[in-house]
Write a protein that binds this ligand. Structure first.
Ligand code: AHR
Length: 666
């Protein structure tokens, strides 16, 4: 984590340092030509099927208020300010119940609402969701809640459930009656009459007598992704699914560690009945003084079961990362022994790893396999990878990691373990950790880089120089940070950098941009791949770069020596894609310059007249970005060209563009 990442910008001076020409955006350069040969017979390395993945972290309201489709904030009244998220009329108070007297002992608070006795006064609870609650005309929403008549109330109490428009008027009311003196689940469907982006949801006591206890008040749209109960927001989940990620890292980076050890991410708290998953603070709520989000908590409604299920749905290998006995090292001094577990007390943390593997893969007869089965998934999830620790460094890390490796390898020798190289792509900690990872024989080493465009362009050869025999690399968090945030320039620099990752597919076996999601109205960290508010999803140019690589990963790298020297400001890669539908050369070309570049590449084996599909992104200006006022300024452009009579594939690539050419070959 770099604190300046909050700003999401690099200074102009930094941008222009090192590699000037491609970043000197508006200077027209002399026309240049790209010529050469790519021979599909000259394969080099196989490309890992897990090469392009996704990194999910609950940062920027990515889970609650984001991917998780729950519309009610503080549904269980567990926020420290018990009525946070709620506006009330009449008498409503939050009560902490005894274990035996609440529906969910791990979330012991509930709301007690008393009807107003005067005929012109009302008791109501309004929830404004996550920076507004959006609803859409004609759509159905599922309300569920736990309720009982409070001690002393004997007659049933009538309620109305309704959406409230931005102008404060209430929509059609859906009645229901609380009639039980024991806690009971009530379910009601409510249809929206209008479309609002910043509305509210109201529960109103439609009467003047009685007191009712309410808990776990939950509201989901009917059309969650794949129609699942406790499901995901359709548009966001689909945007991620469209990336066709082959690996999915969760639950994040620093959030794994927690600001304090007590607040670390504990996966066992995120499985089982949703209402009983204990609320946790969010690691990112108070990190940045000028971006405080004190209402940011983790309900864990989107928990480990849901993550595994999503991986299965999108065809990604699950890659969970677990805490290894250290709270966030950025936020705690190494001398603070309260925020680190002594090496001889790591047992429960190691056990968490072993139990997780059992939860994911164990038979239904095993303790944790049974928990999975009880949640509706008796088949194993086939987890193959685990990360131990996030951005840990120093001997705090290296003293602890071997204990995890030993225990996991003894019990689960097939599980591949990801170690770390610290928060930065170079420097003291990185230099210390890499030899250690070799010594420990980590299967993959997680590298992180949040850097400016100049860095990305001057490090395309980073992996050309890597030891081919050591642990493999997981480029687990990276993003090019530019001004403006998520610019076309940043995206094209990432595309150029990825040519270096692609051609070193024998070293780099996995990669993921970070972070994935960001709520415009509640973010902490920019840049991010996908931005959203309650109704709109904005796919950044960086999203499209990931999309293009992931959907055109190929199966083998190709010898690139036939390409010769590339024109200035241009970057290229080529892979072979072997598939049952036929083979193809996938040629990727990035033009960061201000003039069009004629391309003429000889592809032996490409038949005359063959149609080449072209897909990519471009813009008139490197500073262009997508946002709520223009979500499609940079969008996917698709066309075709034909192989000429001599087997030459020819095209002209526009300035400031990244195009992927798919050339069928024999
Ligand atoms: O991606 C945001 C943060 O960056 C991650 O939580 C952390 O691993 C890194 O510092």
């Amino acid at each position: 984590m770099k604190h300046q990442a909050l700003l999401g910008v690099a200074t102009a001076a930094a941008l222009l340092s090192g590699v000037a020409s491609p970043l000197d955006a508006q200077t027209p350069a002399a026309p240049k030509t790209m010529t050469g040969t790519v021979d599909p017979a000259k394969t080099k390395f196989d490309i890992s099927p897990t090469m392009y993945g996704v990194f999910f972290e609950d940062i920027n309201f990515a889970a609650d208020g984001g991917l998780y489709a729950e519309l009610i904030k503080n549904r269980s009244f567990e926020f420290p300010n018990g009525l946070s998220g709620w506006e009330t009329d009449g008498t409503v108070q939050v009560v902490k119940g005894a274990d035996y007297d609440v529906p969910f002992p791990r979330n012991p608070h509930f709301a007690r609402a008393t009807a107003e006795s005067h005929r012109d006064r009302w008791t109501a609870l309004d929830n404004a969701g996550f920076r507004g609650l959006a609803f859409e005309e004609g759509k159905t929403y599922h309300l569920s809640l736990m309720a009982r008549l409070a001690p002393g109330t004997v007659k049933p109490v009538k309620f109305d459930a309704a959406f409230v428009r931005e102008d404060g008027t209430m929509e059609a009311r859906t009645p229901f009656t609380v009639d039980s003196r024991e806690w009971k689940e009530y379910k009601v469907d409510v249809k929206a009459v209008s479309t609002q982006t910043r509305g509210k949801f109201r529960l109103l006591i439609n009467g003047h007598e009685g007191t009712v206890d309410l808990d776990h008040i939950s509201l989901f749209p009917e059309d969650t992704w794949k129609g699942r109960a406790n499901g995901l927001r359709n548009d966001l989940a689909q945007a991620i699914a469209d990336l066709k990620p082959k690996v999915f890292r969760f639950p994040g980076g620093c959030i794994v560690e927690g600001t304090t050890l007590d607040e670390r991410y504990q996966w066992k708290n995120t499985v089982g009945p949703v209402g009983n998953r204990p609320l946790n603070s969010n690691r990112w709520n108070n990190t940045f003084i000028d971006h405080l989000t004190p209402d940011y908590f983790q309900s864990y409604g989107l928990g480990f079961f849901e993550f595994f299920q999503f991986c299965e749905d999108v065809g990604a290998e699950p890659l969970p990362v677990l805490n290894m006995g250290l709270a966030c090292q950025f936020q705690n001094d190494a001398s603070d022994l309260t925020q680190q577990v002594a090496v001889d007390r790591l047992g429960p943390y190691i056990q968490d790893c072993l139990d997780l593997i059992e939860f994911a893969n164990g038979p239904v007869t095993s303790a944790w396999g049974k928990v999975r089965a009880d949640m509706g998934h008796p088949e194993p999830f086939n987890m193959k990878f685990i990360g131990v620790g996030n951005e840990q460094w120093g001997t705090l890390y290296t003293d602890r990691l071997p204990h995890f490796l030993k225990a996991i390898r003894e019990k689960y020798p097939d599980i591949r373990i990801i170690g770390g190289s610290g928060p930065y792509p170079d420097g003291k900690e990185f230099e210390f950790l890499w030899p250690k990872m070799r010594e420990f024989n980590a299967d993959l080493v997680d590298e992180h880089y949040y850097r400016d465009p100049a860095w990305f362009l001057s490090h395309i050869d980073r992996y050309d120089k890597y030891d081919r025999n050591g642990p493999k690399v997981f480029a687990g968090e990276y993003a090019c940070h530019d001004d403006p945030t998520n610019s076309l320039r940043a995206a094209l620099c990432e595309a150029a950098f990825l040519t270096g990752i692609e051609r070193n597919a024998d070293v780099v076996r996995m990669s993921s941009y970070a972070p994935l999601l960001s709520n415009y109205n509640a973010w902490q960290w920019a840049h991010d791949m996908i931005w959203f508010d309650n109704t709109t999803v904005v796919k950044t140019p960086n999203y499209w770069v990931q999309y293009l690589y992931s959907n055109n990963a190929g199966t083998h790298t190709l010898d690139l020596s036939g390409l010769g020297a590339l024109p200035a400001d241009c970057y290229a890669g080529a892979v072979l894609d072997e598939s049952e539908d036929g083979n193809a050369v996938i040629f990727k070309f990035i033009n960061l310059g201000a003039t069009p570049v004629p391309i003429s590449v000889n592809i032996p084996g490409a038949a005359d007249g063959t149609e080449v599909s072209v897909v990519g992104i471009k813009g008139a200006d490197l500073a262009l970005k997508n946002d709520l006022s223009g979500a499609d300024r940079i969008k996917l452009e698709e066309s075709t060209v034909k192989i000429g009579g001599t087997g030459i594939f020819a095209a002209t690539q526009d300035p400031y563009s990244f195009m992927v050419y798919r050339i069928p070959v024999k």
